[in-house]
Design a protein around this ligand. Structure first.
Ligand code: DP6
Length: 359
């Protein structure tokens, strides 16, 4: 499939004004996306759990206009947030060819996150996905009769990707693949697709408790980090490793082998950070408490036989992953032993979710 698949023919309906609202979840990658080319295309395939409680709600209001250029305002929790506008402008410029109505309206984008803004949890995945879905609702109204649900979700994911790569994995659930992989039918670099193969009961309702180690702004943005994969001495090997890890996960998802799952997921998290440690300029996003938590998780696993494990995204926070059946055991461990390493003792209990909802 090509990008041109998402360029619409003319619209048949007229809309003077209106508004749409979507709630879109965050996601946590098991095999990481780190390195891109062209227009937001991934250097390797990735796979993620869609989350549930960590989400963004966005209302997009629109009113017809006849002026030149883009016209929009962004509000976060009811307050104008001009800091977000350059990113949205870039997004509008990128997607205009796929959404030719963008300059016909004045937009108000009202957004709020279920997690605190300063939690260090990236809102770009859930935020871009919620906005892309609102825009797709407008497109659907403009050419109502011809759009299937499959096209709607696929194009929403395609657009979200152009806002932030990992956002394309935040439209549906519960396990989403982004990036072409030879063993995964219909996987694409252009949008996320549902993982199509067998998934064992062990992975149903998987839990993710996010330990908020560092709640500040990221020192190095993901965009800068991705760029540093160009000319990175280990880049090609890393992309190969990620492809292979995804291949290895296929039989693991099928058999429910949690020990094998843990090994891949933790290795992916540490490999991601190893890329940061070995880029030029090099940087470290883990904090002392990140390492303390990792060591405590390892010790607890050894002692208790629990299938708890961790993963990291591009920051210091730790995602603690475990099967639903261990909820009581692991929650106690987190409260008693890990919470002390979080800023103000804060963590967010989440679990696998099933995708965005229209509200
Ligand atoms: C470490 O999707 O935030 O979370 O495409 O530049 O917006 P941009 O980057 P982004 O990168 C996410 C990187 C990651 C790994 C992952 O989610 O796969």
């Amino acid at each position: 499939m090509m990008e041109t698949h998402f360029i619409p023919n003319s619209y048949s309906n007229n809309l003077e004004n209106g508004q749409y609202s979507w709630q879109a979840p965050s996601n946590i990658a098991l095999v990481k996306y780190w390195g891109k080319y062209g227009e937001q295309l991934p250097k390797n395939a990735s796979v993620s759990f869609t989350l549930s409680n960590c989400n963004t709600k966005t209302t997009l209001s629109f009113e017809a206009r006849t002026l030149e250029g883009f016209d929009f305002e962004v509000y976060l929790d009811g307050k104008r947030e001009i800091g977000f506008e350059p990113k949205i402008l870039k997004f509008f410029e990128r997607v205009e060819v796929y959404l030719p109505f963008l300059k016909d309206y004045k937009f108000k984008i009202e957004t709020s996150n279920s997690f605190p803004h300063s939690s260090g949890i990236a809102s770009s995945a859930s935020g871009m996905s919620a906005l892309a879905l609102c825009l797709m609702s407008i497109e659907r109204s403009l050419r109502e009769s011809e759009m299937t649900d499959e096209y709607f979700s696929q194009k929403a994911s395609f657009l979200a990707r152009l806002g932030s790569g990992s956002a394309c994995r935040s439209i549906e659930g519960d396990l989403i693949v982004w990036g072409e992989h030879s063993a995964i039918d219909k996987s694409s670099n252009l949008f996320g697709t549902k993982y199509p193969l067998v998934v064992h009961e062990n992975f149903k309702n998987y839990q993710d408790t996010i330990l908020l180690v560092d709640k500040g702004e990221k020192q190095v943005s993901s965009t800068v980090g991705h760029d540093l994969m160009h000319n990175h001495p280990f880049a090609e090997e890393r992309f190969r490793q990620a492809e292979e890890n995804l291949s290895k996960l296929i039989p693991i998802f099928e058999s429910g082998d949690l020990s094998a799952f843990i090994e891949i997921v933790e290795s992916e998290a540490l490999s991601l950070h190893a890329m940061m440690l070995t880029s030029l300029p090099y940087f470290v996003l883990m904090k002392p408490n990140t390492l303390e938590i990792i060591n405590r998780i390892w010790a607890f696993r050894l002692k208790s036989g629990s299938k708890i494990c961790f993963t990291l995204d591009a920051g210091a926070n730790v995602h603690v992953l475990f099967p639903e059946g261990e909820k009581k055991l692991v929650s106690e461990f987190i409260t008693q032993e890990l919470a002390q390493f979080c800023k103000n003792g804060e963590f967010i209990e989440d679990q696998v979710g099933f995708g965005a909802k229209k509200i």
